[in-house]
Design a protein around this ligand. Structure first.
Ligand SMILES: Cc1cc2nc3c(=O)[nH]c(=O)nc-3n(C[C@H](O)[C@H](O)[C@H](O)COP(=O)(O)OP(=O)(O)OC[C@H]3O[C@@H](n4cnc5c(N)ncnc54)[C@H](O)[C@@H]3O)c2cc1C
Length: 409
């Protein structure tokens, strides 16, 4: 360092954003202390990807995020490609594998990523203070006073990586926003996303537990806003499954704000509307003397078949004849556009991610505050959310590394 004073950096939060920021700052010559309110680091990280940690995606693009292509956040995101992230973990001793374009550690264990981070932090001499919930930081003459247990610890820079409000049992319950507000930053209203949606549709108990592959489309005030295909899970309160998590990014806020929200489900995406006529005529001719239930039995889960017939007041035992084509066509068309009225979401307790947070306009391309020099942000704390598939962790790493590198300089 040749006479240059070593910078001191405090990182608040030992999640993926905080740990990657700490490592980047230490690698760039800073003395780093991480404060974590839990007694372990990366509590949420351990839950990711069903315990397997989908840490990035081969297709990283602004389309999967809440910000615009070409924006400052997009530049931060693209400062690290998915290949860079895989190399980053390879450098920490973790090999990765691809599954449906998502990248995971080959071990299939999120704990591997947590261990790799902890090993790297130890090697770099980063101090991690656990059970340290930081409630106040004061900026005084270009120094930051971090208040912990009636002690003041001084730093040249602070990185806030406290997470959002999703899955609050893991430590990120929105407390960090108070720290951001304390520095004069604006925090937008927050909403849970990548979350199950509630519906007041009748008869849900009858189909609860059914899983099926379907096309799902979100409509807000009758306009189509998002669509996805995947394994839908029907529950007694509404809809779940990865495609519904995807739609929740476009429905949670809107449902809370009282807009008309609907999910249209195509339960038989395998038959196009054009092919429907021919399909029905063949079946009507093949199935002489069979019942309406028999007619749809090979199309959807048995419970769903009973549900559709019941909701549409159709007699399952009725014997169909070729003249019933119109009635059968109507039934199948309804199954291709079955509408669930959405009344809300399942809350932050069940959500994976937070929509909203510290506004991006007050942060520069190095993740540094435009209001307070030496103050940085990383990860879910800021107003960035993304789709399922490793995109949220990619943001946590990209923003964390950017903040750490700059904070050390
Ligand atoms: C069940 C589940 C599965 C998920 N699966 C995936 C997935 O497979 N792929 C993906 O990309 N994303 C996934 N996510 C989202 C991803 O986990 C988050 O986007 C990511 O963890 C955000 O990282 P972060 O470091 O910003 O925040 P967090 O991981 O929330 O970490 C913030 C840390 O800060 C600490 N903290 C907060 N306030 C303070 C304070 N005042 N003082 C000290 N410490 C504090 C918290 O205890 C916490 O440890 C999943 C989320 C959940 C809940």
């Amino acid at each position: 360092m040749c006479g240059e004073k070593m910078k001191t950096v405090a990182v608040i939060g030992a999640g993926p954003a905080g740990m990657s920021a700490a490592i980047a700052a230490a690698r760039n010559g800073a003395k780093v202390v991480v404060f974590e309110r839990n007694d372990i680091a990366g509590k949420k990280l351990l839950l990711t990807g069903n315990g397997r940690c989908n840490f990035t995606n081969v297709d990283i693009h602004a389309d999967y995020y809440s910000f615009e292509e070409g924006s400052v956040a997009d530049e931060v995101l693209n400062s690290l490609s998915s290949r860079d992230i895989c190399e980053y973990f390879s450098d920490l001793g973790v090999l990765s594998m691809e599954r449906k374009s998502g990248m995971y550690p080959v071990t299939g264990q999120a704990g591997t990523i947590q261990t790799a981070f902890l090993q790297a932090m130890e090697q770099l001499g980063i101090e991690v203070i656990y059970n340290a919930c930081i409630g106040e930081i004061v900026c005084d003459k270009e120094q930051f006073e971090v208040h912990m247990d009636n002690k003041f610890i001084y730093f040249d820079a602070v990185i806030l990586a406290c997470g959002g409000k999703a899955a609050p049992k893991t430590g990120s319950d929105g407390f960090g926003y108070r720290l951001a507000r304390g520095f004069g930053h604006t925090v937008t209203r927050t909403y849970p996303v990548l979350v199950q949606m509630q519906s007041d549709a009748s008869g849900l108990k009858q189909i609860a537990g059914v899983r099926c592959y379907a096309n799902v489309t979100a409509l807000v005030n009758d306009s189509k806003v998002a669509t996805d295909y995947g394994e839908l899970q029907l529950t007694d309160y509404g809809l779940s499954g990865i495609p519904v998590f995807h739609l929740s990014r476009f429905l949670s806020k809107e449902a809370e704000e009282g807009m008309k929200c609907v999910v249209s489900v195509d339960f038989i995406p395998q038959i196009s509307k054009d092919a429907m006529d021919a399909f029905i005529m063949k079946r009507l001719n093949d199935l002489k003397g069979y019942s309406l239930k028999d007619f749809i039995t090979g199309l959807v889960h048995n419970k769903l078949a009973d549900y559709f017939l019941k909701i549409r007041n159709l007699d399952a035992g009725y014997t169909v004849v070729p003249e019933d084509k119109k009635m059968v066509l109507e039934l199948l068309n309804a199954m291709k556009d079955w509408r669930f009225n959405i009344t809300g979401h399942k809350g932050f307790e069940n959500a994976q991610v937070t929509k909203g947070g510290v506004v991006l306009e007050e942060i520069d391309g190095n993740m540094e505050s435009k209001l307070v020099k030496g103050l940085f942000f990383a990860g879910e704390m800021v107003d960035v959310d993304a789709d399922c598939g490793g995109y949220n962790l990619h943001w946590a790493f990209a923003s964390g590394i950017k903040a750490g590198e700059t904070a050390a300089k």
